[in-house]
Every structure is written in C-alpha cells, then in structure tokens.
Design a binder for this molecule. Sequence first.
Ligand code: B3K
Ligand code: ZN
Length: 865
Amino acid sequence: GTPIRLVDYQVPAYLVGQVHLDVDLFDEHTRVNATLALRRHPDAPAGADCVLDGVGLTLEALSVDGEPLAEEAWRYDGEQLVLRGMPDTFTLATQVIIEPQRNTALEGLYVSRGMFCTQCEAEGFRRITFFPDRPDVLSRFSTTVRADKVRFPVLLSNGNPVARGEEGARHWVTWEDPFPKPCYLFALVAGDLACLEERYRTGSGREITLQIYAEERDLDKLDHAMASLKAAMAWDEQTYGLEYDLGIYMIVAVSHFNMGAMENKGLNIFNTACVLAHPKTTTDAGFQRVEAVVAHEYFHNWSGNRVTCRDWFQLSLKEGFTVFRDQSFSADMNSIAVKRVEDVDMLRTVQFPEDQGPMAHPVRPAEYQKIDNFYTVTIYEKGAELVRMQHGLLGPERFRAGTDLYFSRFDGQAVTTDDFVDCMAEAGGIDLTQFRRWYSQAGTPRLEASDTFADGEYRLTLRQSTPPTPGQPDKLPLMIPVKLALLGADGAALPLDADGNTETVLVLTEAEQTFAFAVPGTQAPVPSLLRGFSAPVELRYDFSPAQLHFLLAHDSDGYCRWDAAQRLYHAAVTRLLADPSAAEAEAAALRPALEQVLARAMDDPAEAALLLTLPGEVAIGDRLDVLEPDRIHAARGALQAELGRQLARQWWQAGQACLTPGPYRPSAADIGKRSLRHRALAYLAAAADERVASHLEALCRDADNMTDQLGALRLLVHYRLPGAAQALADFAARWHDEALVMDQWFAVQATVPGEQTLAQVRALLAHADFDWRVPNRVRGLLGSFANGNPTAFHAASGEGYRLYAEALARLDEVNPQIAARMAGACARLPRLPDARREALAAALRDVLSRSRSANLREMLERILA
Ligand code: B3K
Ligand code: ZN
C-alpha cells in the first residue's frame, strides 16, 4: 500500500466548530444524525474541497444549510465524502445507518456483552458518522443518545448531562462537552450497568463526581480502581499542578476491547482487565496494572486531551509523556527503585528487540500505512525514556517549568513533539537541537565504554554507534546522558569534583569522547555506569565477574545492582550453552552472590525478587546471534534447577519469612513479599524439591487470593509436578464464570515449555470457552503462546509457526487490529536459524496471500521484507 508521510502534512481545508450527534440505538442497526458547523481553515487554499471521512456508512440523507445537496456537488466512495464548491462557512447535516451488532473489529460503535460502546482512537469515529477524522480538528460536541429504557437504562457520552426525556419504551439523554476535542476522544455507552460513585475534592475546592460503571456482578471489583483514580488526581495536582476540569469523571468497564483502555474526555472506556480488581480474582500484577492504567488514562486529560496531537506521527507526544507520568506515579505509590527496574526490564526485553528488528521505527515515525500498527512499545516506552532523559537533563524544577510552559502555551491546541521539546529547551535554558535526533532516528544505540587508571587519573572513553534499521542505513551521534559514579575499594562512591559530588552526568554528544577524573590511591575504582538507566542504550563494558559481584554487593543504584546480577546470569547461561554439563559448577560460582542477596532480602523483598530472577528464555535468545530455543531452555533450566537444589534451605526460609498473614492487601510491602516467595518456590519447583509439589497443591487449593493460587498453579503445570492436571481441572471448575481468571487459565497451559504443548494449544482453540471475538482470550491463549513459549512456538517441526499463521488468518477476518498486533510475535524471523526462518516465512507468506486487512498486510510485509 501507499504510506502516509509526515512531510505531506497539510492543515485541513475545513474545521468543525460545533457538532451535534443524535444516536438512535436499535437491535438491528443504529441511526446517526450529525450536524456539523464547518468553516474554512484560514490557511487552507481557497476553493479546496471539503473532505469528510466515513467508512462503511449507509448514507440516508445529506443537506447543506438545510437544503438537500445537488448530485454533482458531492461524492462518497465508501471511505471519504467530498463536497465541492462549499461556502466559507456552512452547516452540514447527515443521516447514516451503521450496524454495531456486526462490528467485530471493535472500532467505532460496537456491542460488548449486550452493551453499546465506542473506540474511536485512532480512526474509529469515521465508522460512526461523516467527519474530518484527524486530531487537528477540535470541536465542541453535544450528543443525544436514544435507546430502549429497560435494556439500556444507562446512556453516557462525554461532558455533562444536560437534558433527558422519555418517548414510550425509549428514553434519551443529551450530553454536552464544553471542551473542544478531536473526534478520537468521542465516546458513547449504553447499557444496563451498575455504578460505584464517590466524590473527590480538588486542591482548589471543586467537588468532582467519580463514577465507575461495570456489570452488576463486578460491582465488588471496583474499589481499587476508585482508590487509584483519587490517588492519581491528587498526584497530578501535587506533581504537575494540574487539576481535573469537568464536574464528572466516568470510567466504564467492557469485556471486548482491543487495548488496555481509552482516555475519552470525561468518559474513559476500559478493558475489564485494566479496571476490575478483587483479591480473589486478581493477581498482584493485576492490581498494579489497574493502578497504572487508571492513572495513565486520567493523566491523558491534560497530556493528550487538553493538549493533543497535530497528527498521528506525533502520537508519542501524548503517549510517551503520559507513560513517563504514569511510571513516576506508580514509582511514588510503590517503590522508585523497583518500578525503575521493572520498566527497564520491559524496555530491554520488548522494545529493544522491536528497535533491532524489521518493525524498527522512530519515536516520531516518518511514515505509516495503518496508524493502528504504531501503538508500539517504541512510541510508548521508548517515548517515555526520551521524556525521562529531558527530565534528567533539566532536573525536576526546570522540567516542571517546562511542562507548565507546555500546558499553558498549548492548552486547547493540537501540537507536535517539537513543540514539547521547544518548551523544555526554553524553560531549561539548554540547547536540545541534537537531542531531537532521538525522535527521528530509530534503533537502539550501542554505548561502548572502556577505561584506564594510572597516576591517580581514571579515564573513561565512551563510544556510540547505532546499527542501521529499515530505511535508515546511516545514523548520527545522539546526545546521551550517562549517569556515573566511581566506587572505591570499600564500596562507597568517590567524590568526583571539588564540591564532593559522588555522582555526575556525562553528556556524550560525539561519536567518541574521553572523560577524566582524579582518583586518589592506587586502586582502580569500579565504574557504576548508566545509573538509573539514564539513557535507552545497550551498554557494553567488559565487566569482570569480580566487578559484577562487587557492584551487586555495594552499588547504591538499584538499576545498577540489578544489571550486575543480570550480567552474571547471562554470562553463566552463555557458558552453559557451550558446556551443558557445567550447571553444578556455574550454580556454585553464583551461589555467594545469591546468598548475599538472600541474607538481606527482607530489607526489600521486592528488590530481592528482581535480583534473584534469571533472564527469561526470550531475553537470552535475543542476546545470541542465532536463536536456539531448545538449547536455551535446557541451559537456563539446568541453572535454575541447580540453584534451587544448592540453596534449597534458603529458598524454603525465604518463603517462610515472606508469609503475609491476615487479609490480602495489594500494598507494595505485601506484593514484594509474595513476589519473593513465588521466586523461591519457582527455584524449588525447578529443582523438583521433594516437598514442593504438595506445598504448591495446597497453596493452589487453599489460598485466599489469586496471586498465590495462580502462582502455584503455574509452577505445578510448567514443571509437570504431581497434581498438576487435577489442579488445572479444579481451577477451571472454580473460576469458569470469571473471564479474566479463565484468560490466565488458558495462558498457563499455552506456556508449558516443549513441543507437546502445540497439541494442547490446538485443543484449547477448540475449547467451548475460547472465543475469537474476545481480544483478552485471544491474547491469553495465542499471545502468550507465541511470546512466552519459545520452545513450542519455534518447534523444529515448524508446526508452531503453521498453527500461529492459521490463527492469524482466522483472526484477520474477525478483528484486523488484533491480528496485526499478534503478528508482531513473528518479528524475530530474520534472526531464526535457516530452516526455521524458511518455515515461518512460508507460513506467513501464505497468510499474506490471503489476508484481507491493510493492518495485517502492513505487518507481514515488513516482517517478510
Ligand atoms: N490512547 C489509547 C490507545 C488507543 C489505541 C487504539 N488503536 C490508550 C492509551 O494509550 O491510553
Ligand atoms: Zn495512553
């Protein structure tokens, strides 16, 4: 297909000041009447056609200023409505029919478990009515929703309810949103919903009504989202000086949803997985996800809604910034060090591979075919790192001055990432010209460090280079902030300047630079490099094992401690790949480090759990030149089992010390204990410890919370321990009515290592509870299989690829966005050994030849290129 390019950006020919929608919901169809007040854009060429988007709409009536329009003045090709010879201002009225009941793509207006709801970002609004569906057209919306009053007692849209009435069996409500917004922030909901309602008083004393809607059966699962919302509102006032602006804030939980959630003005729509939370059905990770996503969508009210994107190339303007904001919030609510490690881990294990493979694209892409395919970890997580680097370069006060400037200067406007960086440069008083390359240059930069120490001088040389990415063969040097400390023999950080500062930020701007420090004494310091992961780069430095053990024991930076442990583990697994018989010796060599972490684990169990986690099989594979899933599985498994065996006594002790008596609480402290306990149990399960199976069986059966139950189930099943099959059956019998729990039941089975799981995945695809139309279920089974089960997905027979390819083709007929997103799991294709690469490529070429959607085609073409 032909790409859309950033350089071709042009202002819209017409703007829409006011829009009124009248949406009449029926069982077979929905009628949408729209009245748009259009005016020519001051910068648009005179006489330009008025172009409105509209996909799959059945046009019933069309009038301009109250008069039907002559045949030759308009044309609709199924995607765009073009009006010719329009005056500078006019009112357009259209009436269309749509069929939300048949909408399985879940964009635009659709039905989820009997409830009408919408998803308009990025380009769903054009499936509801004719409109200039682009984020730089900001309009005031008023919306009347009409439906059967018994089956749809709740009728919602953006803003404030201003009128309501009844007509026989039907009723209607009119909503008015006083804030101009792009149509991607439009939302509508109609259903029979229960509601948790509470109040929040802003810093300036305004009372806000907070409502969270869900099915009646889920009403007891809304408290955590409500508490998170209030915490987020208070945090944004504190941290950014930003208050909520409407009198009402609504969240609606829906079961069928393509993404996590959507920040529609005043009416967020959420995937149930990101809003429902109850100790019995939700894991710790689930609780933390709810807290983070509720906050993320709330923060968008300013970073996204009040100040929005000029075009979709600027998507990271709102997403990168808002992820940075939600990461900071979660850090403040829980643990700064632990949250940073979790975020870095995810960046390195998911975003780095994206940036090094066929899907690599800049944080501000220069072109795309389907914007839906660019809601990526690069736009979100790498984008957040770019904001974080600016925060680091400016410091917290000047960064805040920068965001104040940004929100005041651009309130009510649609702007660009350059506008954001301008504010940072201006408020920070620094030159960010070179820094901007981070937005336009794709790929993971490599940072090579080497050092010398002689005559009291420590010299550190830093070299940067970025490997080529598709369409970008040549790369320029970036501005890379490298936070550094030098540790002396006692483990304390040495003073680096006359003021006694023990930490500094080296700003690398050239391809290579050398920095010198006076260090007293005769012993070389140990460098603590890239502290806090101060830039999203791959650091290469030839650490000795002794240095890594030293950093793990002494570095005050949580990221550097964790990175040191990861380097030790990677090195051990790499050696085991060459010599599988050395597991016992490798484990013995690691033992002092683990014992030392375990000895002080109770100071911070959450951090200890992270330090004690071996890199996953996928992450190990990504570090090797050629992916060899079976050997990786064997090597990693052998190391884990040996560590489990050699430290069995300590694992049992740690598990015991981490019991959390009393009722379940999702507090950071308790979550940390549970995570260390499950880490310990995982080692014991790997070692097939004689007591572990019965312990896990009991935990799975008796625990009062899902974290323990599911954690125990996963270990029983993945290590094929006695009682696993019974535990799976009991679990399903107990939770068959809880969709989100059953998603996990599917995931546990799809991620059992080994080729024999392929038969199980096929069986689960045919299970009565599997449903191609529910993205959570599809992700639970197929997503976790392809992303989390390398030995099955990459089975030497090629059977995993064929199974997955068939599934993509099937999915594409139901939901192209989800099919395309799931295709991303195949992006490691170029790194596969020859036979596997050929098998996967053949399977994908077959899908490509049949695929109907532009979404899936774009993904497959890039992967196969
Ligand atoms: N902005 C939405 C993303 C919707 C994408 C739809 N293809 C969720 C979020 O980032 O908050
Ligand atoms: Zn977002």
